[in-house]
Each structure stands twice: as C-alpha cells, then as structure tokens.
Design a protein around this ligand. Structure first.
Ligand code: NAP
Ligand code: ZN
Length: 346
C-alpha cells in the first residue's frame, strides 16, 4: 500500500479538506505516477455536488492528471521510471468486449472504471488526481510528448480528448463550418483543435467578454447568444455544432443554426434532462448526438496532434488551498480557461 496526500470533499456543498488515501501496491502491469498537476473539470464539480447521482463520499476528484512514472510493475512494457505520463477519465475496462477491442474503452459494454467515483477490479473505490500519487494499469496511461509542459498537458487528458474525439469523428476540417457553444475549459480547446483541423470556427458564447481571446485561439467568428439577432444572422449555417455547456440551454434555438444534414454533438453533461422539439430535427434532417471522452489510442493521438500543432490549453495554476474558490469561479463562467492544481502544494 502507498499513502498519498489528497484533497477530499465529504458531501455536496462541503469544502475540500486535507486527506490521506491509500493506493494499491503495484500489480505486474501497474505503474505508479507521482502526480505533478491535476486540472479541474466541470465534471468534478457535477460529481462533487452529487448532480449526477449518489456518490460515495469522501470523494477525491480529478481526471486530468499529469506526472512522472516513479515505479513500474514487473511486466510493464510501455513505461519506464522517469517517463512523463498522463491519466484521463478512466483507469480500466473489461478489455474484451466489442467496444474495448475497437479501442473505444470509454464505451466498454461492461462499463469503464472511472478515475474517481468508481469501483476498480479489486472492489476498491477509485479516487482521482487531486492527490500526490496514483497507481494505474499501463494500458490506461498515456505518454506526454516532451514539447508539452506538464501543467498544460493535464487538461488535454479530458478537455482535449473530449473535444478532439467528436471533431475527428464528425470530420471537422477544410470546408466545414463548426460552431462551439460555450467557451470554458472544453470550449476553448474545441476552438483551438477545430481551427488546427482546418475548419471555419464560430464561438457562440453568452456574451462578447471573451471575444478577443476566442479570436486568438483560432475562431473566425464570435457571437453573443444573449443577442437574439445572433440566431437570425446564423440560421442554417453550421455543419457541426459542439455543445460544451454545463447547464440546460434552449436546444431548439441552436438546432435552427444547423444546415441540412447538420449535426449537434452534446458533450456538455448537465445533471438535469434537456428537452427538444423534434420538429427542429425533422425539418432539415438534422442529427442530435452525444460523445464521451475518447479511447486510449485516440487520447495518445490527440496528444501527438496537439504537440505537432503547438496546441496547449490556457491555464491558471492554483494551489491546493484554492480548489473551493476555483469551483465557485467555474460555476460563474469565470475561468480562463482551465484551473490546474499544482500538486506540490498538496
Ligand atoms: P466550464 O469550463 O464551466 O465551461 C462551460 C461553459 O459553458 C462556460 O464557460 C460558459 O461559456 C457556458 N455556460 C455555462 N453556463 C451556461 C448557461 N447557463 N447558459 C449558457 N452557457 C453557459 O466547463 P467544462 O469543464 O468545459 O465542462 C463543460 C461540460 O462538459 C460539463 O457539463 C462537463 O461535465 C461536461 N464534460 C463532458 C465530457 C464528456 O465526455 N462528454 C467530458 C468532460 C466534461 P461562455 O462563458 O462562453 O458562455
Ligand atoms: Zn472532465
């Protein structure tokens, strides 16, 4: 057993507190990672607040993990001590079902093992990256390219892959008009990645407050959704819309912005159901889809893509004592554009 320092929360509305958690002793295919940085994803907040259902507290969130391999199991082949390593939203899956065999472990038919708020194959609750160490089976660890600093690499493990995967699947690229709803952690990565893929990118944000940043990230156009004229001007424009909003929005208004055969992909995951008028889809043979993170192979591919295109998230590094404050700011859409915890302050 390895003892790790962590920050845990005991229930919805509770503040984070110092905690010690146990990490299992290394199995033959396990690697021990000394965590250097952990990003704060809005999913951490949904989970910590119990918005996605019952949680076994105390909970240590964190699924944007970047660190260094400090020990390896006897049969590990993918990593050696000293390697720069990342862990995202899942730490295991059955490995045998149709979806796992395709490299889509996030859609494992038996359910993937989430990095936190899950139960691993040993029957132990999983705890995430707001901690000094984590033990993960090597197939769920990715290598971080040398050109990406570890603090900036962390958010790629969730915000990066969650936007790269649908942009890749629905073929964002030259000649495609892509809109991103919400420019927070996921949204700003979606802008950078869609731009690098060659698409014409539009940001649909609540206001124009972050317009200058959006254009710098690679957006070609930037509109405020609080202005009703936006919906008139952009009617029937987009081949693909990625909705990254963490709250309920009026989907029908946004469907009207899709072309014939256009698709809206929801990656935002509010706790409450979203409703839609089917006429919004029927009228122009539009599609409404969802997408969850990405497989391990694709996560590695996304990291190489980001290294090649020099894409990194814009981050604000905070200390472990600032997690509560960071949560408040994310909830107020006051994040530019991802908080990352410096684990040395744990
Ligand atoms: P975030 O940093 O808080 O960004 C969300 C953005 O949505 C905000 O910055 C804001 O952008 C916009 N927004 C927030 N409240 C709004 C409202 N009431 N109406 C309209 N727009 C609003 O969150 P995130 O970390 O990017 O995560 C976004 C969502 O994706 C969360 O629900 C999270 O759980 C989910 N998620 C899903 C996956 C997946 O696999 N599908 C993975 C990770 C996260 P503007 O200020 O630009 O309007
Ligand atoms: Zn996440």
């Amino acid at each position: 057993m390895i003892t790790a320092k962590a920050r845990a929360v005991d229930g919805p509305g509770k503040s984070f507190r110092k905690a010690e958690i146990k990490r299992r002793s290394l199995d033959t295919h396990d690697v021990l990672i000394e965590i250097k940085y952990a990003g704060i994803c809005h999913s951490d907040i949904h989970t910590a607040h119990g918005e996605w259902g019952a949680v076994n507290y105390p909970l240590v969130p964190g699924h944007e993990i970047a660190g260094i391999v400090t020990e390896i199991g006897s049969e590990v082949t993918k990593f050696k001590v000293g390697d720069r390593a990342g862990v995202g939203c899942m730490v295991d899956s059955c490995g045998e079902c149709e979806n796992c065999r395709k490299g889509e472990e996030q859609y494992c038919l038996k359910g993937n093992v989430p990095t936190y708020a899950g139960v691993d194959k040993y029957g132990e609750p999983t705890q995430g990256g707001y901690s000094t160490h984590i033990v993960v089976t090597e197939n769920f660890v990715v290598g971080i390219p040398d050109s990406i600093e570890l603090d900036a690499a962390a958010p790629l493990l969730c915000a990066g892959i969650t936007t790269y995967s649908p942009l890749n699947h629905w073929e964002a690229g030259p000649g495609k008009k892509v809109a991103i709803i919400g420019m927070g952690g996921l949204g700003h990565m979606a802008v950078k990645i869609a731009h690098a893929m060659g698409a014409e990118v539009t940001v649909l944000s609540q206001s124009l407050k972050k317009k200058e940043d959006g254009l710098k990230f690679g957006a070609d156009h930037y509109y405020a959704t609080s202005d009703p004229k936006t919906f008139e001007t952009l009617a029937g424009t987009f081949d693909l819309i990625i909705n990254t909003v963490s709250a309920k929005i009026n989907l029908d208004a946004y469907f009207s912005l899709l072309t014939l055969d256009g698709t809206m992909v929801n990656v935002g995951a509010p706790g409450e159901p979203l409703s839609l008028n089917v006429m919004s889809l029927i009228g122009h043979r539009r599609s409404f889809a969802g997408s969850m993170i990405g497989g391990i192979r694709q996560t590695q591919e996304m990291l190489e893509f980001c290294a090649e295109h020099q894409i990194v998230p814009q981050i604000e590094v905070i200390s472990a004592d600032q997690i509560d404050e960071a949560y408040e700011r994310v909830l107020a859409s006051d994040v530019k554009y991802r908080f990352v915890i410096d684990i040395s302050t744990m």
